[in-house]
Design a protein around this ligand. Structure first.
Ligand code: FAD
Length: 431
């Protein structure tokens, strides 16, 4: 890997997501050698992936080059590498570009999409976990619109104009809201010879409300916003299969659709090589103590979505959201510095800043402790916070400009098929 051997203890971080990035940013000019490995050379701001899929933003505006974070840092290195195995006996990680020894290892690999073992969904649906996948959804939707526009077969057209989304968590809700806006604000003008009212957007959810982790008030508000925008919601409905453009559910409902988006769950992106005791089955999250040390190890840590820290307040671990990952990354950086000074470590304490989801123009919901509100003010806060947390000044400016332009003109700039849609099997391999 061409990483120099120095006298400084080596910290290897796997993953430059919210956790890994906030760790490495705060380890500059310390007595460590820090090596960041990621299978992509950029950080992805996942909360705005749905805007890339629905042509609200260009992909570059929600990505940030990882090498830029460690610029001018002599004791920091980045390597584009996928880690396949951790050998805890030899204190080595094995990657597609070679092996590397570690003194401290931090696993910050986040999650991957969970299909709950359903092969038909994995092979035929589309999902959104990375920029290539978000772009793939965009290509599929616009290719289907083009096909619908040229077909003379009304049954085929219906299938091409029906969008079905499984999972009404924040991703499913935000995606269906953005699609509804695209339909009402942009598509009629783009396709004057097509009856846009034929477009259907269906949101399927197994729970009895949308946004299940949110307060009841916010769920109800979000549902009303979506229904007013023309989204059809199917609650307490479980998807069975998706094959030959047919979504079947475990009830009587079924949908013929050429666009089925799966946003119904994630599972930890764990790496092979650990004893099974530290990995919680099904969830694929590593059990960690209050210092984010993986159970049974003194020099291996897990932060963010992949970590499961049980506490009285969070018996099932922290929510798999950006804030716990950011805060754990920052806390671990402080602890690494304390270790060098021989000081007592800081136990991690999560500060819950609240949850929010946007449904569309002037429509969002916010939960902050016992306070719940929705509408324009919530939407304004949502925009401000997302701009604030986007990495990089350029990205903030470009996104701000895009959103202002769209708000004034009711337009979405990036409705481009940059490359043709690729079957998921291919894109998953590339990814
Ligand atoms: C579509 C979507 C919308 C979301 N919306 C919100 C939201 O509105 N609000 C919110 O708070 N949270 C949201 N989340 C969740 C949030 O993005 C995650 O909680 C957060 O990214 C977790 O940070 P992390 O550092 O643990 O992992 P990630 O940010 O996922 O980073 C993991 C990194 O590890 C790398 N990696 C993984 N495996 C390997 C490997 N084997 N080798 C090398 N590199 C590897 C990946 O390339 C990635 O860069 C959303 C997530 C998604 C997918």
């Amino acid at each position: 890997m061409n990483i120099p051997d120095t006298k400084e203890p080596r910290i290897v971080i796997i993953g430059g997501g919210f956790g890994g990035m906030n760790l490495i940013k705060n380890l500059k000019k310390t007595g460590y050698q820090v090596v960041l490995l990621d299978k992509r050379n950029f950080h992805t701001f996942q909360p705005l992936l749905y805007q890339v899929s629905t042509s609200g933003l260009e992909p570059e505006s929600i990505a940030y080059p990882l090498r830029k974070i460690i610029r001018k840092q002599k004791n920091m290195h980045f390597r584009l590498a996928e880690v396949n195995r951790i050998d805890t006996n030899l204190q080595k990680i094995r990657t597609d570009i070679g092996d590397l020894h570690y003194d401290h290892l931090v696993i910050a690999t986040g999650t991957r999409t969970n299909f709950f073992g359903n092969k038909t969904i994995e092979e035929n649906a589309v999902w959104m976990k990375s920029l290539p996948q978000a772009l793939n959804i965009r290509s599929l939707m616009f290719e289907n619109l083009e096909k619908a526009n040229r077909t003379e077969d009304p049954v085929k057209r219906k299938e091409l104009l029906r969008f079905v989304i499984a999972g009404a968590g924040p991703t499913g809700v935000e995606l269906s809201g953005a699609l509804a806006e695209l339909k009402s604000n942009v598509l009629q003008a783009d396709y004057p010879d097509m009856d846009i009212s034929e477009i259907e957007i269906h949101l399927i959810e197994g729970a009895d409300r949308v946004l299940p982790p949110f307060s009841k008030q916010s769920s109800e508000k979000a549902q009303k916003f979506l229904e007013d925008m023309g989204v059809t919601i199917h609650l307490e409905t479980f998807v069975g299969n998706y094959e030959n453009n047919l979504v079947t559910t475990k009830g009587d409902l079924s949908f013929n659709t050429a666009t089925f988006i799966w946003s119904a769950g994630v599972t930890g992106a764990s790496i092979e090589g650990f004893e099974v005791t530290s990995l919680v089955p099904k969830l694929n999250r590593y059990k960690v103590d209050v210092y984010n040390r993986v159970a049974g190890f003194q020099n291996i840590y897990a932060i963010g979505d992949i970590a499961l820290m049980e506490s009285e307040e969070y018996p099932k671990g922290h929510p798999q959201l950006a804030q716990p990952a950011i805060q754990q990354g920052k806390n671990l950086s402080k602890n690494f510095k304390k270790m060098l000074r021989g000081e007592e470590l800081n136990p991690f304490k999560y500060f819950d800043k609240g949850s929010m989801a946007t449904i569309g123009r002037n429509k969002a919901v916010v939960d902050m402790g016992k306070i719940h509100f929705g509408g324009f003010f919530a939407w304004f806060i949502w925009m401000f916070i997302h701009l604030w947390f986007l990495v990089g000044f350029r990205n903030r400016m470009v996104t701000f400009f895009n959103w202002t332009y769209s708000y004034i003109n009711y337009d979405k700039a990036a409705r481009l098929i940059v490359r043709p849609f690729k079957q998921n099997k291919i894109i998953a391999e590339e990814d």
